[in-house]
Design a protein around this ligand. Structure first.
Ligand code: ADP
Ligand code: MG
Length: 254
């Protein structure tokens, strides 16, 4: 039994765009060091769910608490300043790497800490080298993003997010834009973070990763969290027919 306070707690989350209800009735908690893998068909609301968790989207109703703060409640968001502060504790990695093209790898990683955490250049550089070692790219510290492969760019993006010393990391299809041979190197880094105890929420179609690394697999469909459970159960004996259909479609494609 886990008696720690959850890092993320969602109650009655609802989000719509105009008339289109994209998320509804979402209740969910993430405990420290848990790895939650979110799966489900395209358009089911996975990205919007993650974006509600770090304040990139404003829910219509419900409550989102993250890292001990109420991010939004009953359609009200935290103010800009505390919101920005909270976002520093929530790392996010997207499908598109969003590196600054005019900055070297190491400058991409140090720009955030130097601005926001007010660490010296020397300190930021030495922290960045530790992170580059962790993602296996120490020798690329002074390379420009354009010279890197997609897998390398994504590993830099992960290092950049980690440089803010987040309490939780959100990944939105981090390997979906990569050539197949580059997927493994990114998943490897994510696996390492998980083994070090990082709390993670990962939207992915990589079912082997979900099985191997996920503590909980969450299945979304049509804006609803249709089931959640340990990978053993979800992959072998899901209760929802829609989960079965989705898994059949994804696993047959592989
Ligand atoms: P997923 O990540 O599971 O593919 P999304 O969260 O991206 O799903 O999208 C869920 C639904 O919300 C989709 O129907 C999508 O078209 C819609 N949607 C997402 N973002 C917006 C937006 N900014 N404005 C209007 N509709 C949106
Ligand atoms: Mg998405």
């Amino acid at each position: 039994m886990n008696m720690q306070k959850p890092i993320l707690s969602i109650r009655g989350l609802r989000k719509s765009f105009g008339d289109h209800v994209v998320l509804q009735n979402i209740d969910f908690e993430v405990q420290p060091s848990q790895v939650v893998v979110i799966i489900g068909p395209s358009g089911s609301g996975k990205s919007t769910f993650l974006r509600c968790c770090n304040g990139l989207e404003q829910p219509d109703s419900g409550r989102v608490e993250i890292c001990g703060h109420t991010l939004s409640e009953a359609g009200q968001m935290l103010g800009d300043q505390p919101l920005n502060h909270l976002r520093e504790q929530v790392g996010m990695v997207f499908q598109s790497f969003n590196l600054f093209p005019h900055l070297s790898v190491i400058d991409n990683i140090t720009v955030g800490p130097r601005k926001v955490r007010a660490v010296s250049r020397a300190q930021a550089n030495s922290e960045a080298m530790v992170l580059l070692n962790k993602v296996g790219l120490a020798e690329k510290a002074h390379a420009m993003p354009a010279s890197l492969s997609g897998g390398q760019k994504q590993r830099v993006a992960i290092a950049r997010a980690l440089a803010m010393q987040p309490q939780v990391m959100l990944f939105d299809e981090p390997t979906s834009a990569l050539d197949p041979e580059l997927v493994g190197e990114v998943l490897q880094v994510m696996k390492l973070l998980a083994s070090e105890g990082m709390t993670m929420m990962v939207v992915t179609h990589e079912m082997d990763f979900a099985r191997e690394v996920g503590d909980i697999v969450v299945v979304m469909d049509g804006g609803v969290l249709i089931e959640a459970g340990p990978p053993d159960i979800i992959f072998t004996n899901p209760t929802q027919p829609r989960t079965r259909d989705f898994l059949r479609a994804v696993l047959n494609r592989a």
